[in-house]
Design a protein around this ligand. Structure first.
Ligand SMILES: C[S@@+](CC[C@H](N)C(=O)[O-])C[C@H]1O[C@@H](n2cnc3c(N)ncnc32)[C@H](O)[C@@H]1O
Length: 512
């Protein structure tokens, strides 16, 4: 297997990403942790140095039934010949690292938050910030963040006619073809080697996926609220707006009286996706009719400030996975938790520090999670890093405060292939020349990489329950679809059913 630097694609990628020459010779002086003092007199631990060192190549095995939201089009043909075609590449960080004692800088540099950086056009230098602020800034900074790059969500065009497809591999092949056509059409308008292209079940299985959600909403509305209140649906993070259109079309066709009482509100952080949602709705006469029922609110849920006392359903499909996490490690002798901070030096290199003082948000989250603490695999003098869902906890605060009569329906990945090291750790990946490039740390050039976390549904239920006092049920994607989809719609001639067999790594949580 060739070294990473032998690969022309990586040389190009890293040239594009980084201004510094890659793989300078200052590598591998030490791999151990340096311990120094802090201003608080408590031990401060510095970990991992100059993360932007070169990476090593390894082969990746296909994860057929486990989905993530990007797929490499050249890897899409499943079934026969897959192993030959599966030449997607994975990158692993070098284990050799160089050591620099940055404790003086750590004391000197100011602490900033993702919020402080929102107005900054340049990536920050000579600062430090909590890991959750680093992740949030990398993803959401309006100028250089990953989402500012205008991620494209794949649309298959016409819905797939599953009943006419011989079997699942045939669906996979057709999906691959449409994926390539979709991207060829974009490249014809404007060629883009770094286009980030996602796919979601809403789009692949439209309109059937949305129709099953509609059936769930309608049944539960009839049982609990009808006819005393309207059917009010909030959707956070609506992508192309496809779920909204599929739900509204279905209610209008099946229950016109209920449709008259329906309102649909989208809360969407991305200006370009919010605009796309509007234009999709206005694009043809049938969907234009929904306009009087729909409101598209272009803001982050974390900026939400108005109280919605009405009973409502709150949908969040594949949104939590980008919510920033904090990182915690435990001192092996004292079992004390230490919270991770990222220092960025004057060259833009990253250094991780661990402090035995949890900020109030992480401390609260850690209290909620304490009863759930699992057996931690240990290494060196600190435990493995554990990522804790602090932003998700803050989202539940918002739900409880502003949507006191909501019922949540959320779908996300419970595991993700190729995650970085640690518990509940994210996948950090980018797409370059239609190939996926996963890396081994979130401490990479801000804005070029998607950082997405699996959701530990057991922890999420506990946190949601603690904050809202509500009970929930967790079901697999497959079980939800078996309950609410008309599964014959997505069945191929062989009897295989991609709506049920794909997304094996996704689950749903529902307020009961
Ligand atoms: C992976 S896409 C999923 C889109 C859609 N739900 C689907 O399943 O096709 C995530 C969506 O959440 C939005 N989003 C991410 N963070 C958000 C936030 N803090 N507030 C509102 N929307 C957010 C993104 O812009 C995008 O529309």
């Amino acid at each position: 297997m060739g070294h990473v630097m032998d690969s022309p694609i990586v040389i190009q990628l890293f040239r594009q990403l980084f201004r510094h020459p890659v793989c300078q010779s200052r590598r591998s002086l030490a791999t151990t942790t340096t311990t120094t003092g802090t201003a608080f007199g408590a031990p401060l631990q510095q970990h991992g140095r100059g993360r932007r060192v070169c990476e090593r190549q390894r082969q990746r095995h296909s994860q057929c039934k486990q989905q993530r939201r990007t797929m490499a089009s050249r890897d899409i043909t499943r079934g026969e010949g897959l192993s030959k075609k599966n030449n997607e590449t994975n990158w692993q960080q070098r284990t050799e690292m160089f050591s620099l004692d940055m404790s003086e800088e750590y004391k000197k540099y100011p602490t900033v938050t993702a919020n402080d950086l929102r107005s900054r056009r340049e990536r920050p230098r000579k600062v430090k910030m909590l890991m959750r602020d680093f992740i949030e800034d990398s993803l959401y900074n309006p100028h250089y963040g990953y989402f500012s790059k205008q991620v494209v969500i794949f649309s298959p065009g016409e819905p797939f006619n599953f009943n006419q497809l011989p079997d699942e591999p045939a669906f996979y092949a057709q999906l691959g073809q449409r994926y390539t056509e979709f991207e060829d059409a974009l490249d014809a308008k404007e060629h883009d080697d770094t286009r980030q292209l996602w796919h979601t079940p809403t789009e692949m299985f439209r309109p059937y996926y949305g129709e099953s959600i509609a059936r769930y909403l309608m049944s539960n509305y009839v049982i609990s609220t009808y006819p005393y209140h309207d059917l009010i649906i909030y959707e956070m993070g609506a992508g192309r707006g496809t779920l909204m259109l599929n739900i509204l079309d279905y209610i209008r066709d099946k229950e016109p009286a209920m449709y008259d009482r329906t309102k649909y509100k989208i809360i969407e952080i991305s200006p370009s996706l919010a605009a796309l949602q509007t234009s999709q709705m206005m694009s043809d006469a049938a969907t234009r009719g929904h306009a009087s029922k729909v409101e598209i609110i272009n803001k982050s849920i974390f900026d939400w400030e108005s109280r919605v006392p009405s009973r409502c359903f709150f949908l969040a499909m594949e949104v939590f996975d980008n919510f920033a996490h904090d990182i915690v490690r435990y001192d092996l002798t004292t079992e004390e938790p230490l919270q991770g901070t990222v220092l960025i030096d004057e060259l833009g290199d990253f250094y991780e520090f661990y402090e035995p003082v949890l900020d109030p948000v992480a401390a609260r989250s850690s209290r909620v999670l304490r009863s759930l603490k699992r057996n931690l695999p240990f290494s060196a003098n600190l435990s493995e890093p554990e990522y804790i869902p602090t932003r998700l906890m803050q989202f539940f605060d918002i739900l409880e405060k502003y949507f006191p009569a909501h019922r949540l329906l959320t779908s996300d990945f419970h595991t993700l292939p190729d995650a970085v090291k640690g518990l509940n750790s994210p996948v950090v990946q980018t797409r370059y020349q239609r190939r996926m490039v996963p890396v081994t740390t979130p401490l990479v050039h801000q804005g070029y990489f998607d950082i997405l976390f699996p959701t530990d549904f057991r922890i999420m239920e506990a946190v949601y329950g603690a904050i809202t006092g509500r009970l929930t049920r967790v079901v697999s994607h497959e079980d939800f679809m078996r309950s609410w989809a008309y599964v014959e719609d997505t069945q191929t001639q062989s009897g295989e059913n991609p709506l049920l067999s794909w997304y094996k790594n996704a689950s749903m949580m529902i307020t009961v």
